[in-house]
Design a protein around this ligand. Sequence first.
Ligand SMILES: NC(=O)c1ccc[n+]([C@@H]2O[C@H](COP(=O)([O-])OP(=O)(O)OC[C@H]3O[C@@H](n4cnc5c(N)ncnc54)[C@H](OP(=O)(O)O)[C@@H]3O)[C@@H](O)[C@H]2O)c1
Length: 337
Amino acid sequence: MKQLRLAIVGATGAVGQELIKIIEERKIPYTDLKLLATAKSAGKKIEVGGKEYTVEEATLDSFKDCDAALFAGGPASKAFGRAAAELGCVVIDNSSTFRYDPDVPLVVPEVNPEALIGHHNLIANPNCSTILLVTALWPIYKYTKVKRVIVSTYQACSGAGKEAMEELKEQSMQVLKGEPIHPEHFPYQIAFNVIPQIDVWVDGDYTKEEMKLVWETHKIMGDESIGVTPVCAVRIPVMRSHCEAVYLETEEPLSVEKCRELFSGEDYIVLQDDPEKLLYPMPVTSTDTDKTYVGRIRKDTVNDHALNMWISFDQLRKGAATNAVQILEELIKRELI
Ligand SMILES: NC(=O)c1ccc[n+]([C@@H]2O[C@H](COP(=O)([O-])OP(=O)(O)OC[C@H]3O[C@@H](n4cnc5c(N)ncnc54)[C@H](OP(=O)(O)O)[C@@H]3O)[C@@H](O)[C@H]2O)c1
């Protein structure tokens, strides 16, 4: 197997730290590993696979002798992503910078791995909420076309990065001690609150985070006729793992039992659906795993071609780091790198 010269950009961040764990867990074959971040982190020591690495400041030169780079460095994507790809380094990018470019594949390996064929060294990892949604829709879509989806997201604070995680911790302590709160990362207090806004406003008073669910679901599933309505993307005071309440309408009627059977046939899905035993997906269960958890499946009260359900997964892992590493594995398997 080809041994890679690999870089992780944003190695000191929330997703970067998961990338480091996951390349070890999944035994990605590399000879060289560069851990890149900003100048502020240069010189920090990080242990990977029993060996100590020194974090370097990312510059364009960092990518000259790299076969692949996993980008989780926020602004670094715009600064270096395309230029690194032009130098011959295969870039797998976690940001939204390139997701809608027609020449950039947007890939969830369980759904559309063939989109990697003919790539131009730049591959985009989808938005975390979209990965959660499409991994749950896909087993159903393979059985009968999904015509309509109405979705609300309940997104953990780690989705906004390491500083946001600190803000949740600090504010929780401050509220409990009765101290004043001074929000910095989120627009309002997040501890003991929910905020119905994630990312900036776009047309029609939707947020960009909401519209990513529409644009990216169409691109990944290759079907622009799926009617996707993002009701609301909501930030919740949970550290890790996003959840979604999903209404979906199918072309053929789909019973709850058949739907459960379809989910049970996929090894990346954990069906947790037993109302009597109070069994349903929750962040405390999905955190630190790579699975999509599905439950609360029931017939819609109005439309007999529709079901409602509740889904959850660890967005730092399958919603970002694991999906990116799986893309790298797929490239290796298909000899596309
Ligand atoms: N968090 C999630 O659940 C999630 C899910 C999907 C996608 N993403 C995307 O993944 C990326 C990283 O998110 P995160 O949550 O891990 O953020 P984060 O915790 O804030 O970490 C950001 C990382 O990027 C580095 N960085 C920032 N600017 C850089 C630059 N110009 N050059 C090189 N490195 C730079 C930071 O280095 P320093 O430590 O030196 O500042 C840090 O390592 C973002 O594009 C985000 O949209 C995140």
